[in-house]
Design a protein around this ligand. Structure first.
Ligand code: KMH
Ligand code: ZN
Length: 273
């Protein structure tokens, strides 16, 4: 079994300081949070940028500032979001990919997202995958439901994605696949042999699905993007607190945590970049 890759999803696009006052917003706050997560055991940081008023932005300038601040302090693998926020155009969403980060997310299907719809029609997906290939960026395939795994396999057939694939099972989004253990098993059994996968359990599913992934040989994403609570009704103090807890669960199960360079090896990033 590979060492455990912990991804810290620091902020996302939807959570605000009204939900959790400890949410990092500015480039400096995001970079400081990333460093604290690195110290707690994270090897990848999943980034969404924000304007000062907390609204989401896909501006390459803002992403660039955050990435420079992170790189000045540690060697975390940087993964930018191309999901951005619901309602953004494809062009807007793609901006940070041109910074040539090591990784970027690629959602391979549309999904109801609470009261909204997160739109990823086939033409978007192919274009996003093509540009990531052109820029030498490894996609993390965001699968909000099991059909999205199959969509990724179609992209392999068309030459837009190269194996080995790396998936993130985003589970528990209202509108997506529910975050049950049975569903996690089904998702994990649905990816091609040789793929790697991580799980992002939304809300209260973060800890149980993460624990299951540790036992199953998958990887884990935690952070305020997916879950703002430490325990029921108690807000998390920081992203690092959530990283530290999942690293402790890994230790209990004798699964060592990967360093950023070990994560690069496991995900074959060295060959992509
Ligand atoms: N904010 C969601 C609509 C990603 O980062 O690629 C999409 C999202 C996925 O967060
Ligand atoms: Zn995201």
């Amino acid at each position: 079994m590979d060492k455990l890759i912990i991804t810290a999803a620091l902020a996302g696009a939807e959570v605000t300081r009204d939900d959790n006052p400890n949410l990092p917003i500015t480039p400096q706050e995001l970079a400081d949070a990333a460093y604290d997560c690195y110290r707690a055991g994270a090897s990848i940081v999943h980034l969404h940028a924000r304007n000062e008023d907390q609204s989401s932005t896909q501006s390459a300038d803002v992403y660039g500032e955050i990435i420079d601040l992170i790189k000045a302090k540690c060697n975390l693998v940087v993964q930018v979001s191309t999901g951005g926020a619901v309602g953004m155009s494809a062009e807007e969403r793609l901006q940070p990919v041109y910074l040539k980060p090591e990784m970027a997310t690629l959602s391979t299907g549309s999904v109801n997202f609470g009261d909204d719809v997160f739109m990823n029609p086939p033409a978007y997906i192919e274009e996003f995958a093509r540009i990531m290939q052109e820029q030498g960026v490894k996609p993390e395939i965001e699968a909000f439901d099991v059909g999205m795994i199959n969509n990724a396999l179609q992209l392999v057939k068309k030459g837009f994605l190269k194996e080995p694939l790396h998936f993130d099972f985003v589970m528990g989004v209202p509108g997506g696949i529910p975050g049950t253990l049975k569903n996690l098993l089904h998702m994990a059994e649905s990816v091609p042999t040789g793929s790697t996968w991580t799980v992002a359990g939304v809300g209260r599913t973060e800890l149980p699905l993460g624990t299951a992934a540790i036992i199953m040989g998958g990887h884990v994403r935690v952070g305020f993007e997916d879950n703002i609570y430490y325990t029921k009704g108690v807000l998390a103090e920081s992203n690092a607190q959530l990283v530290e807890r999942i690293a402790r669960v890994a230790e209990i199960h004798s699964r060592p945590v990967a360093s950023p360079d070990e994560a690069r090896e496991i995900l074959k990033l060295v060959e992509v970049n």
